[in-house]
Design a protein around this ligand. Structure first.
Ligand code: EPU
Length: 420
């Protein structure tokens, strides 16, 4: 049992480098199942979720070798992987559901434990199921498992998603690449992480048109080959550093980051008063005065990312003025507001809106991280709170941020891991 202990008041300054995106690499690891042989992934972050996904792939019969220092993972996929993902792993890693599409496409059968809800909401799977059924799979649930089977081959079809779900787009894409004929996924999600999966699948031999648009057209092929692929940089980790720089009136250069994947978020920071310079291999964020409050509305990409919403609540809580933050993706993501209030923030929620009135100071207190991004938001708040803040349950943060505390300390923050 550990906690993060932060003493507020330091300014973040210096360089920090981000690795590949968690929300990409977990799916790239699942995509490896589509081809027999050894796939190599690079820029893999050394985080807990990658280990959980590695464990799941091992249970499916793959050999998985991780080199955390080199940030690589090698996945040796057998001719016939097994097809069952048990609850003990799925409950730790919701993204386990991403093996559903590849397994049913490649093995003809997939049994994945139902993930259930989590700390950010109920998170349905209806679009995953509807899409697989349209591709010709038979899907039902039994004894807590979602079971999908197919006949000879999945069949290309047209799928309209009610909502551009990231997980459903990925599962259906990874199923359609081996289907017979053409599949069109309309109203598809187009997050940079989905573009990354498309690029890897194309290198494996898949035929995909409309990459980065909301209509993906996939011409199924008989077989895919293993590849060597470098994961896209983590825009959410980069965005978290950017917000930290602004809140602490700091000067942080974020290397290996893609400013074009954070357009709205960086624009909001400029509105808040920051100076953002785009560099060849990243961007630099500086702030000189107390930030101004900025309204935020979360939406699927290219809208403002829900995964930066808690960090922007933290920023608004110390800004000049008041801002409305609207959360459209995950109903329970405002739960963390109660913890912000413990730090002295003035935040009121009503349904999916939060009104944040900036205060001149927050005051350090013990708080609890309920999920990855809430944890990141609380750490940022702790950096500017007077006195000491202890963030309990920091394993949530470690699921998504490699060496967060160590990087913060290098940038000048007074933060350590302590026994809880
Ligand atoms: N939804 C349904 N039915 C479905 C699929 C989704 O109702 O069949 C709903 C969900 O309940 C949710 C909304 O649609 O309310 C968005 O879900 P989506 O499928 O887009 O998200 P996801 O695939 O479950 C990924 C990321 C999240 C990120 C969201 C949105 C991974 C492993 N997770 O989740 O990341 O917030 O997309 O961008 O890629 C995080 O990293 O902290 C995180 C939670």
């Amino acid at each position: 049992m550990e906690a993060f202990r932060i003493t507020g008041g330091a300014r973040l300054a210096g360089d920090v480098r981000v690795t590949g995106a968690k929300n990409s690499v977990l799916k790239l690891m699942a995509a490896a199942l589509l081809a027999e042989g050894t796939t190599t992934l690079r820029e893999v972050p050394d985080i807990l979720d990658v280990e959980y996904m590695a464990e799941l792939l091992r249970r499916l019969g793959c050999g998985v070798e991780r080199d955390p220092q080199a940030h690589t993972v090698r996945i040796a996929v057998p001719a016939e992987p097994s097809h069952q993902a048990d609850y003990d792993l799925v409950r730790k890693l919701r993204a386990s559901i991403n093996v559903l599409g590849p397994l049913v496409a490649r093995c003809g059968q997939a049994e994945v434990a139902l993930p259930g809800g989590d700390n950010i909401g109920s998170r349905g799977l209806d679009m995953h199921v509807m899409g697989l059924e349209r591709l010709g799979a038979t899907v039902h649930s039994e004894h807590g498992f979602l079971i999908a089977t197919r006949g000879d081959r999945l069949q290309g079809t047209t799928i309209w998603l009610d909502f551009p779900s990231v997980g459903a787009t990925e599962n259906l894409l990874m199923a359609a690449v081996l289907a017979k004929g053409t599949t069109v996924i309309d109203n598809a999600a187009r997050e940079p992480e989905i573009v990354d999966i498309c690029r890897m699948l194309q290198a494996m031999g898949a035929r995909i048109d409309g990459v980065a648009s909301s209509t993906l057209e996939i011409e199924g092929v008989d077989e895919l080959r293993p590849v060597d692929h470098t994961t896209v940089a983590d825009r959410l980790v980069a965005g978290t550093w950017a917000v930290g720089a602004v809140m602490t009136l700091g000067d942080v250069t974020i290397r290996n980051a893609r400013a074009e994947h954070l357009e709205i978020a960086l624009d909001k920071l400029v509105t808040a008063g920051a100076v953002v310079d785009v560099l060849e291999d990243g961007f630099r964020v500086q702030a000189f005065d107390r930030p101004r409050a900025v309204d935020v509305v979360t939406l699927p990409y290219p809208g403002f990312p829900t995964d930066l919403q808690p960090q922007f609540i933290a920023l608004n809580s110390i800004a000049h003025g008041a801002a409305m933050v609207t959360e459209n993706l995950f109903e329970a993501r405002f739960r963390f507001v109660n913890e912000m209030v413990r730090l002295g923030a003035d935040v009121r929620t009503d349904g999916h809106h939060a009104m944040v009135r900036g205060r001149a100071r927050l005051s350090g207190a013990p708080v609890e991280a309920a999920d990855i991004r809430a944890g990141a938001g609380l750490v940022l708040a702790g950096l500017v709170a007077e006195g000491a803040t202890t963030v309990y349950e920091p394993h949530h943060v470690d699921r998504g941020y490699e060496g967060f505390v160590e990087d913060l300390a290098r940038l000048g923050a007074d933060v350590t891991r302590v026994p809880a």
